[in-house]
Every structure is written in structure tokens, then in C-alpha cells.
Design a protein around this ligand. Structure first.
Ligand SMILES: O=C(O)C1=C[C@@H](OP(=O)(O)O)[C@@H](O)[C@H](O)C1
Ligand SMILES: C=C(OP(=O)(O)O)C(=O)O
Length: 428
């Protein structure tokens, strides 16, 4: 537990910063690098607790992964070279590590057990276990294998055609990874295209895949070839500073080299819909992913509605978007976001509790939130619920509160953004 006392900022936020590498892309670069043949160099890798869980899992399966500054050198020798880990694999707080690794482990010819921290232990794993069992995976665990800890007896898998019952890039990726190790063809269909970094990276590593609208197919047993990966800045991390600049009067901030993958840029669309002065420039493609600079200048905001296909494009940004809505005139409605209840904490409940205690007018709904703005926020003692995004949202709120905000524990920030407080300080 690391308590943090925060006072409102005396100055507008100013300057340019480069946020750390994207968490989703960093995890995938390790997984594909380890499954490929040859040395993969990953530049601008996110060196955070969550991503290091994925690195450690592969090191325990015999892969040499060397850190050089914020680059990784992964010496992949193909899936056949991976060895049975001696110890249970620990996935910590990382849902992405858990879901994607279960997909990989199900297709490897050895036995593994896996567990997580208290938060991850409560998150649903049946969403990946169910389709993997349909492919022939032998998985057992707590509550019939729906929760960690799990035991996985790797097996020869067979490809499937699977329609995702939840909007989840983690489930899509788990099935595609298992499909890569399986015999035959695997097809995954989703109702809305969720983040597609797995598909982009499969292609970068030389796999042949077919994308038709929101359906992805691949043939199993394709060899992957090592490649160099550059990880763009994480838009989910940039979101905290975009919101900070949008709510602190007089601010003007630029975030450099941020990932602009269409499946992730909902936050930019929402800021624009609320009347924020946002500009995106220097857009270019690097290694299959789009990136560029995002600038924002403080301006009066108005409410908006966020729903449907927009939700997967900004799912992790909703806590900080709720804060943004407290400073926008009118009633902001966020719906179709029930997934928030099974993140690191129940984020619908946690956001309502934190923002209510800071003086916001916010109502909890089964699948979202209703926020009435504009509210004057006041200092208080709040919890982070062991959730990085909650800790960072409360920190950004403290910039505009009347009086001090005390966060009970800011240590979860290191799961996705270890340098968060230094970067914020640099803009004050
Ligand atoms: O695939 C990924 O890298 C992620 C997908 C999302 O989860 P779901 O797949 O559960 O929506 C997101 O919330 C998570 O932070 C990262
Ligand atoms: C939900 C998140 O991550 P994960 O599912 O990987 O724990 C997040 O980063 O907000």
C-alpha cells in the first residue's frame, strides 16, 4: 500500500511528452517473438509489471529475452522449443497475460498451472476456457475452470469456427493463438471489431490470415518469422493527459507518437463530440500500426452519449472519461459497457463511489453511468480499488479539486504506467 496526498495544480498543464509503449502491443510482441523463429527486437517496449508477467512466463518456458534499455531482444526458436515450466506461472494483475497465455498453453505439449493476484483470481476465464475446450484443450481449475488457478494439459488442438459471445479482444486473441498451434483452420467472428493488434502482428510475423469485415481466419501450424517491432505510445495512457488538459483551464498539451489504431481511438472521438479542441498530426504507419501526435487545448465542454460499437474503442478509458463528463455541461450517458464490471475491479461501481465522494453528480447503471455536469469537485480520501486506471483517474481529478485528494494506494499504477507521476509533474 502506498498512500498519496495530492493538491490541485496551481498552473495549467503545458508541454510535450511521449507516453510509454502500448500495453496490448507490448504483450503481443513478446508472445509472437517467443513463438517465432529468429531474434525479434521490440523497441519502445512498455516495461511495466503487467507486460513483465508475459516476459517472465516465456522465460520460464526456456525463451531467452534480454532487456536493453526500453528494447527487448527475444530469441525465438518456434513453439516446439518451449519447455514445460517447473513452477506455476504467475500472471499477477494482468488479464491480457492470462487470457492470451491460456490460449498459447492449451496448444503446447506439456502441463502448466497458472494463478494470479486477488483481482485476477476473481475475473472470468471461462470466456477463453470454453472455446479452447471446443478445440480439444484439457483445462481444469477452480469453479469448473472458470476462474484461476487453472491447470492446463497441453494437447493437440483442432481449429474451430467461433462467434464471440462477449466483445473481447483478449478472447479473440486467445482463440487465434490456439488456432495458430492447432490443426486445420480457425475462424473467429465478432459483432464489433475489437482491438486488432493480434491480427496486425500475425501479419508482421509472416502469417497468412484472412480478414473479412469482423471475421478473422487462419490456418494452423504456420511458422512465424522474427521481425522488428516498434511499439507506439499507449493511447490508454495518453488519455489521462488528454483529459487533464481538457479540464484544467488554460492547458495546452501535445502527446507524441501515440498509437492511432482505429480500434483504440474512441477517446479522441469523444473529446471532439464534447467540443474539445483536439488535433491529430504527423500521422504515419510504423510496422503495421498507425501513430501520430495528439494536441489538445482547454475549451468549454458539453455532454455526449457513448454507446454501442464505440465502447470497445475506449473501454479502458471510461473511468477517466467519467471524470471528463463531470466537467462537461449537461448529461453524459455511458451505456453498453457492462464489461467494466469484470475489469481489475468493478469499474462502474468504483468510478461512481470515487466521483461521488469528490462531489460529482453521477449515477450507476447496470451497464454504464450517467454523469451530470458541470460540477465543482472537492478533495476527499478515495480508494484506488487496487486498479491502476482508478488510481490515475483520481490523480487527474485532484488537479481540479478544491482541497486535497488522498488516494489510499497508488502502487497499482506500475501495472501499466510506472512513470505516470513523473510525466504528470513535467507538465505542471
Ligand atoms: O486485448 C487486449 O490487449 C485488451 C483488451 C481489453 O480487454 P477485453 O478483451 O476483456 O475487452 C482491454 O480492456 C485490456 O486492457 C487489453
Ligand atoms: C483491463 C485492463 O487490463 P487487463 O485486462 O490486461 O488486466 C486495463 O489495462 O485497463
Amino acid at each position: 500500500m502506498k498512500e498519496q496526498k495530492l493538491l490541485p495544480t496551481e498552473n495549467p498543464l503545458r508541454g510535450e511528452i511521449e507516453v510509454p509503449g502500448d500495453k496490448s502491443i507490448s504483450h503481443r510482441s513478446v508472445i509472437f517473438g517467443a513463438l517465432a523463429n529468429g531474434v525479434t527486437r521490440v523497441s519502445h517496449f512498455l516495461d511495466s509489471e503487467d507486460c513483465m508477467r508475459t516476459v517472465t512466463a516465456f522465460r520460464e518456458m526456456g525463451v531467452s529475452i534480454e532487456k536493453q534499455g526500453n528494447s527487448l531482444l527475444i530469441d525465438g526458436k518456434g513453439p516446439e522449443a518451449l519447455i514445460e515450466p517447473k513452477e506455476p506461472l504467475y500472471f499477477g494483475n494482468s488479464g491480457t497475460t492470462a487470457r492470451l497465455m491460456i490460449g498459447v498453453l492449451a496448444g503446447l505439449p506439456f502441463f502448466t498451472t497458472a494463478y494470479g493476484d486477488v483481482s485476477l483470481t476473481n475475473r472470468p476465464m471461462n470466456r477463453v476456457v470454453d472455446p479452447l475446450r471446443l478445440m480439444g484443450a484439457i483445462i481444469d481449475g477452480r469453479l469448473e475452470g472458470s476462474k484461476l488457478p487453472l491447470a492446463i494439459r497441453g494437447n493437440g488442438l483442432t481449429g474451430i469456427e467461433y462467434r464471440l459471445p462477449v466483445k473481447s479482444a483478449q478472447v479473440k486473441s486467445a482463440v487465434l493463438l490456439a488456432g495458430l498451434l492447432a490443426d486445420g483452420k480457425t475462424t473467429v467472428e465478432e459483432s464489433t471489431v475489437s482491438r486488432n493488434h493480434t491480427e496486425t502482428m500475425l501479419q508482421a510475423f509472416g502469417a497468412s490470415i484472412l480478414i473479412e469485415g469482423s471475421t478473422v481466419s487462419l490456418q494452423g501450424k504456420q511458422p512465424l518469422t522474427a521481425t522488428d517491432i516498434y511499439v507506439p505510445g499507449d493511447i490508454s495512457s495518453a488519455a489521462f493527459f488528454l483529459v487533464a488538459a481538457a479540464i484544467v483551464p488554460g492547458s495546452n498539451v501535445t502527446l507524441l507518437n501515440v498509437g492511432l489504431n482505429e480500434s483504440r481511438t474512441g477517446i479522441i472521438d469523444v473529446l471532439k463530440a464534447m467540443g474539445a479542441a483536439v488535433e491529430v498530426g504527423n500521422i504515419h504507419r510504423k510496422g503495421g500500426e498507425l501513430l501520430g501526435n495528439i494536441s489538445i487545448t482547454y475549451q468549454d465542454l458539453h455532454a455526449t452519449t457513448i454507446e454501442g460499437d464505440m465502447i470497445p474503442r475506449l473501454i479502458d478509458e471510461i473511468p477517466v472519461i467519467a471524470l471528463l463528463a463531470t466537467q462537461a455541461k449537461g448529461r453524459t450517458i455511458i451505456k453498453d459497457a457492462k464489461e467494466l464490471r469484470v475489469k481489475e475491479t468493478d469499474r462502474i461501481k468504483a468510478v461512481t463511489e470515487v466521483l461521488t465522494s469528490l462531489g460529482a453528480r453521477i449515477e450507476e447503471r447496470e451497464d454504464g453511468l450517467i454523469v451530470e455536469g458541470k460540477s465543482k469537485l472537492t478533495g476527499n480520501k478515495v480508494a484506488s480499488y487496487h486498479d491502476h486506471r482508478m488510481a490515475m483517474m483520481a490523480t487527474i481529478a485532484s488537479l481540479i479539486t478544491d482541497g486535497e485528494v488522498v488516494i489510499d494506494d497508488i502502487s497499482p499504477v506500475s501495472t501499466s504506467y510506472p512513470r505516470f507521476f513523473q510525466d504528470l509533474q513535467q507538465m505542471k
